[in-house]
Design a protein around this ligand. Structure first.
Ligand code: FAD
Ligand code: NAI
Length: 468
């Protein structure tokens, strides 16, 4: 059977691409080597981590904010096994959901390792080593990413004591102590989960700030909040060794600028120093696919690789390694293959860290604008001055708008606070339409909502906020 499209990989990039292609009338198949669909995101990434982040946050609030509101008297008992079962059930519901959507949209599925052979051919090899060949007019590679490890070090990640995010989602009990290498998004999200459940978490980070690419002011305030939550954060520190010990594992690090090294020991070490595209050992180079220096598949503006009719999307190509970026690319490629004008606006891709409070941003940071020499104005509004935030005991954080000084066009929005990850989309829509801070400042917002703080920050950019 010849397909219009074969997609290799069923993560957010691949499964969304396949469903969209089928919706547009293309005969579509997906090849996935895992026994369930959904890729990193649904199986070992976004979904299980958010299930644990939500559950652990509720547990944390039950002992604190809820008591302040008159609910309960102290920390409730933790049923750890049940919390992990909630995570597993959430994953199952989501991966089953993708299988259902494939059936509903008549997407054919093949379980096995897919390889692009060129000339519209794809081989699929199952666990028994049996290979079959499929044919398609177009192939979309969506093979995603994998754990990168610590640059320059050969650390053995056993997923029991020295773990990546995958092992950190599967721990058998709450550890007493954990060292997190890397204060990026995985380190701080997973570190938060275990800290809330009672683990003493120590973070070691190479850079002089947490969440490296985030707006500096946001990152600074966020670090203070993490300090208050009891995380011990060591910045400007380069990890030089991670070794197993009798008790657990030992991390050795030294000041990034040079100096004496020190070692600390913990039950668990989480290595969260980045991910790399999953493009090695895939036979792609043999087929003629060209890679960039970071081993990402080279694609042009229309996601075309160096082989005719072979496209690539998601974590395997340039751009942020985010599920929604992969999804948007998947939809765009399907539209292109159906003869439509598929397109992704890389200037408006939100970035959310699902800690407490959440950190969300879209567009340029203040540091970006300074570097680019763009003249800008800043509008800020704190959640301490928002009525709903007070009612929720969620007054930590602020909203920050950055707008062009001459035109008032919004260039970036940064939010640190409860539900920041949902509120950021107001800014995304505004920026997608090239809106100004005045456009948002003059839009009626329901009272009392956290979103009023977004409007007030917009007001602060071109006029004055009311409640401050
Ligand atoms: P993937 O999801 O990695 O999917 C690739 C799929 O291809 C896999 O199923 C793999 O088995 C399959 N595959 C690979 N090679 C082959 C082959 N040769 N044949 C057949 N199948 C193959 N992003 C967010 O936006 N929000 C979050 O909250 C978030 N949380 C995360 C939490 C963690 C712990 C991690 C690790 C990541 C998180 N991410 C998050 C990132 C997100 O998971 C990725 O950006 C996203 O999954 C990328 O989608 P993708 O389709 O490109 O690849
Ligand atoms: P990251 O790139 O966000 O952070 C890695 C951190 O490790 C960096 O701050 C880096 O400076 C530090 N580091 C590197 N080497 C070091 C060393 N030797 N010593 C000390 N520190 C060192 O990578 P992370 O957190 O592993 O996440 C990988 C990807 O997964 C990200 O690109 C992210 O986009 C995606 N992801 C997204 C989530 C979300 O959107 N909420 C959640 C989880 C992951």
């Amino acid at each position: 059977m010849a397909y219009d499209v074969i997609v290799i990989g069923s993560g957010p990039g691949g499964y969304v691409c396949a469903i969209k292609a089928a919706q547009l009338g293309l005969k579509t198949a997906v090849v996935e080597k895992r026994s369930t669909f959904g890729g990193t995101c649904l199986n070992i990434g976004c979904i299980p981590s958010k299930a644990l982040l939500h559950a652990s946050q509720m547990y944390d609030e039950a002992g604190k904010e809820l008591v302040q509101m008159g609910i309960g008297e102290g920390k409730p008992k933790l049923d750890f096994k049940k919390m992990m079962a909630h995570k597993d059930a959430t994953v199952k519901a989501n991966v089953d959901g993708v299988a259902y959507l494939f059936k509903k949209n008549k997407v054919d599925t093949y379980t096995g390792f897919g390889q692009v052979l060129g000339g519209g051919k794809v081989s699929v090899t199952n666990d028994e080593g049996e290979t079959q060949e499929l044919e398609a007019k177009n192939v979309v590679i969506a093979t995603g990413s994998q754990v990168a490890g610590i640059p320059g070090l050969d650390v053995e990640i056993d997923e029991k004591t020295i773990v990546s995010s995958t092992g950190a989602l599967e721990l058998e009990k709450v550890p007493e102590t954990m060292i997190v290498v890397g204060a990026g998004v995985i380190g701080l999200e997973m570190g938060s989960v275990w800290a809330r459940l009672g683990t003493k978490v120590t973070v070691v980070e190479f850079l002089d700030k947490v969440l490296g690419p985030m707006d500096g002011e946001v990152s600074e305030q966020f670090q203070r909040m993490l300090d208050k939550q009891g995380m011990d954060i060591n910045l400007s520190s380069k990890v030089t060794a991670v070794e197993r010990t009798e008790k657990g594992a030992k991390v050795t690090f030294e000041p990034e600028k040079g100096g004496d090294s020190q070692s600390i020991e913990a039950d668990i070490v989480l290595v969260a120093t980045g991910r790399k595209p999953y493009t090695e050992d895939q036979g792609m180079a043999k087929a003629g696919i060209v890679f960039d220096k970071a081993n990402r598949i080279e694609v042009d503006y229309h996601f075309r690789t160096s082989i005719p009719n072979v496209y690539a999307i998601g974590d395997a190509v340039r751009g942020p390694m985010l599920a929604h970026k992969a999804e948007d690319e998947g939809m765009a490629v399907a539209e292109i293959l159906a003869g439509q004008a598929g397109h992704v606006n890389y200037g408006v891709i939100p970035n959310v860290v699902y800690t407490h409070p959440e950190v969300a941003s879209v567009g340029k940071t203040e540091e970006d604008l300074k570097k680019e020499g763009v003249e800008y104005v800043v509008g800020k509004f704190p959640f301490t001055a928002n009525g709903r935030a007070r009612a929720m005991l969620a007054t930590d954080g602020f909203v920050k708008f950055l707008a062009d000084k001459k035109t008032d066009r919004v260039l970036g929005v940064h939010i640190i606070g409860a539900e920041a990850g949902d509120m950021i989309h107001e800014a995304c829509v505004l920026m997608e339409f090239g809106g100004s801070s005045e456009d948002l400042g003059r839009t009626c917002h329901a009272h009392p909502t956290l979103s009023e703080a977004v409007r007030e920050a917009a007001l602060a950019t071109f006029a004055k906020p009311i409640h401050m």
